[in-house]
Write a protein that binds this ligand. Structure first.
Ligand code: MTE
Ligand code: MO
Length: 253
């Protein structure tokens, strides 16, 4: 058991009350102390840590509990071709007329981090890898869902192909529109997680994330980055566009 420093927090009076309530709830629910939270989160709370940092630590702890509950091979429901939603809704952090205009002629997917082969990938190269297709439901946190068909390379196949460290914690994605997101390795290796090139049997149109998006039906919509330009494997928590604004990082469904 590693030695843990005594934890003392610097708090405003109002925060002290909120924290006391949060702490009481944790104690009531699971017999957890703040020290216990620090231990579970792997976050070494130090003298001078702020209220915010503790709350983030608790949110990360929540992610871990969700990850424990997530069974690697639990499949998201699949649907029939006749169930496909038409027209399929567009969503992004900007309106449809601002969808990025990507030059497909010189597109390359960059690969970095804990991978043996960092050679960038062309779309033709990605299409030569084994492909999979799925009809699944995309669920947006804003309160709508829609059924669509996506096809592409299983992320597991791709990660194996580039010699990724499959024991690493995260796979992160950077997009052409400055969006970014990341998933845990168990989800990256899930059989329904694909690097999608096609939507409805055709190359992904601009609205739906051309030329490459992540399709992960075991996660909420915002964890399905569109217009992916770079992929990286890392042990350093990469966060995401909405995740860093407070959306729960794990967001499994
Ligand atoms: N690059 C990029 N990817 C993104 C987003 C975005 O704004 N930019 N929005 C996310 C959100 S919140 C949702 S619900 C889905 C919407 O995907 P759709 O346009 O195919 O319905 O894309 C996700 N991926
Ligand atoms: Mo969303």
């Amino acid at each position: 058991m590693p030695e843990r420093k005594h934890t003392r927090l610097v708090l405003e009076p109002a925060q002290r009350t909120t924290l006391a309530n949060a702490r009481r709830r944790l104690l009531l629910r699971g017999g957890l102390t703040l020290g216990g939270v620090a231990m579970l989160t792997g976050c070494n709370l130090q003298d001078g840590d702020t209220f915010d940092k503790v709350l983030w630590a608790m949110s990360r702890w929540n992610d871990k509990v969700q990850a424990w509950l997530f069974r690697e091979n639990r499949l998201a429901p699949t649907y029939a071709a006749g169930d496909i939603t038409k027209p399929f809704p567009f969503n992004a952090f900007y309106p449809e007329y601002s969808v990025p205009d990507i030059d497909l002629s010189d597109y390359q997917l960059e690969v970095s981090g804990l991978v043996a082969d960092k050679t960038p990938w062309t779309l033709e190269g990605l299409r030569r890898l084994p492909q999979a297709s799925q009809i699944t439901r995309l669920i947006c946190i804003e309160g709508w869902s829609a059924i669509g068909q996506w096809g592409g390379v299983p992320l597991k196949t791709f990660l194996q192909r580039i010699g990724a460290d499959l024991t690493a914690r995260y796979v992160g994605f950077k997009c052409a529109d400055r969006y970014y997101s990341s998933i845990d390795m168990a989800t990256a290796l899930h059989p329904q997680t694909i690097l999608a090139l096609d939507f409805g049997g055709e190359a992904l149109p601009p609205d739906f994330g051309n030329p490459l998006r992540l399709r992960v039906p075991t996660k909420l919509g915002f964890k399905n980055p569109k217009h992916i330009m770079a992929l990286f494997v890392t042990n350093t928590y990469p966060g995401g566009y909405w995740e860093d604004q407070g959306y729960n990082w794990f967001s499994g469904i």
